[in-house]
Write a protein that binds this ligand. Structure first.
Ligand code: 6CS
Length: 367
């Protein structure tokens, strides 16, 4: 559906002009919409939740599930207004809107957020996560992981509420990408944070940081050669229409974080905080399965709608990428400092231990 792309860009521009002004500096806003007054909460109250993805996406499924649960748990006292991508702004702008209290809840993907919080750049590194889906699922759901990141988010006036896995990153281009040499000079689109480019610089590519809404047209006009995203996104954003090949290398999962404005969260009356925490816990339990189903059904749709080639790398081919990817870890540690290094090492330890517990080895099932 190519006609949607220019519309998204125009909508973004219009919404941003209205919401945050063209060039004026951001004003810190008082967090509101807790519904509190001197006599207690004045219900119903509305919370605004901004997404980095369009309707039908993993983030949209997540938001709808959260909406259903929060409205039910609170007996209708909380109403959740969901803003899919295209209605408010780019990922970086959504983070600003969360920090200044214009939206209460938002998704913030590490590939965009790492310019603000370098520590989250760990999720843009390749071959850190396990090949075992259970290991990754447990890691991302663990309180220990949330704890590691809670201070870096808090320092930027955000409360980290959870990590959401959205599926393996798949490379698209007009050729198969079987070895690091295939990336030599390749203009691959990356998310906008500097650190997001490093993983591809390690393969010799020429990374091009570009906002999500611009990727389709840049591929179509051949201003870039390729991009990386989970299957569901490649389908719904139409990238498969303008690329010849999808390469499955399982270098990293697309991980998003769910955040709120920190002052707003801390000022919530106890019962509202409890409702939110309960609803988040419930959604976290089902989103892993939902994203896996969505990625599977969208791959079917892509293959039905197009003649795109699917290339799955062998373990030997993946091994060459793994080796080439390691230099990006040094750049990550340079930028994210001691705390970043500690996060990377703790994650690697947690993964190795869980792999041992599950299988007695470090080999994966590829899911
Ligand atoms: O590639 C991106 O920029 C986007 N990809 C996904 C799957 N979600 C949001 C993010 O901004």
């Amino acid at each position: 559906m190519p006609s949607f792309r220019p519309r998204l860009t125009l909508l973004l521009a219009a919404a941003l002009t209205t919401l945050i002004g063209c060039s004026e500096p951001q004003q810190e806003k008082e967090p509101e919409a807790t519904g509190s007054n001197n006599g207690g909460p004045d219900y119903p109250v509305t919370w605004r939740f901004a997404l980095e993805e369009i309707e039908g996406s993993v983030q949209h499924v997540y938001a709808n599930e959260l909406k259903e649960r929060i409205e039910s748990i609170s007996d209708g006292n909380i109403e959740l207004d969901v803003f899919p991508y295209g209605s408010l702004g780019t990922s970086a702008q959504l983070t600003e809107l969360t920090q200044d209290g214009s939206v209460h809840l938002a998704f913030a993907s590490p590939g965009h957020l790492a310019d603000t919080i370098p520590e989250v750049g760990v999720f843009t590194l390749h071959f850190v996560l396990s090949d075992h889906k259970e290991v990754n699922r447990d890691l991302l759901a663990s309180d220990q992981l949330l704890e590691l990141f809670s201070a870096p988010y808090a320092e930027h006036n955000m409360k980290l509420l959870g990590f959401v896995p959205e599926g393996w990153m798949v490379w698209t281009a007009n050729k198969p990408l079987r070895s690091p040499e295939d990336f030599d000079g390749l203009k691959i689109r990356t998310m906008t944070a500097n650190l997001a480019a490093e993983a591809y610089r390690a393969y010799g590519a020429d990374p091009q940081p570009i906002p999500y809404s611009q990727v389709y047209s840049d591929l179509q006009l051949q201003r870039i050669d390729g991009q990386a995203n989970p299957v569901f996104a490649i389908e719904e954003m139409g990238f498969y229409e303008v690329q010849s090949t999808m390469t499955f290398a399982r270098p990293a999962q697309f991980i998003a974080s769910v955040v709120s404005n920190r002052d707003w969260y801390e000022a919530l009356p106890d019962e509202q905080q409890q409702w939110l925490d309960d609803a988040l816990t419930k959604v976290a339990q089902l989103i892993y399965r939902k994203q896996a189903e969505l990625n599977e059904s969208r791959l079917l749709k892509i293959t039905e709608d197009s003649n795109i080639s699917l290339v799955r790398l062998t373990e030997e081919e993946r091994g060459r990428f793994r080796e080439a990817s390691l230099s990006a870890r040094e750049t990550y540690v340079d930028r994210a400092g001691n705390r970043g290094e500690d996060i990377l090492n703790t994650m690697l330890d947690m993964i190795a231990k869980r792999e041992q517990e599950l299988t007695g080895s470090n080999s994966g099932d590829g899911n």
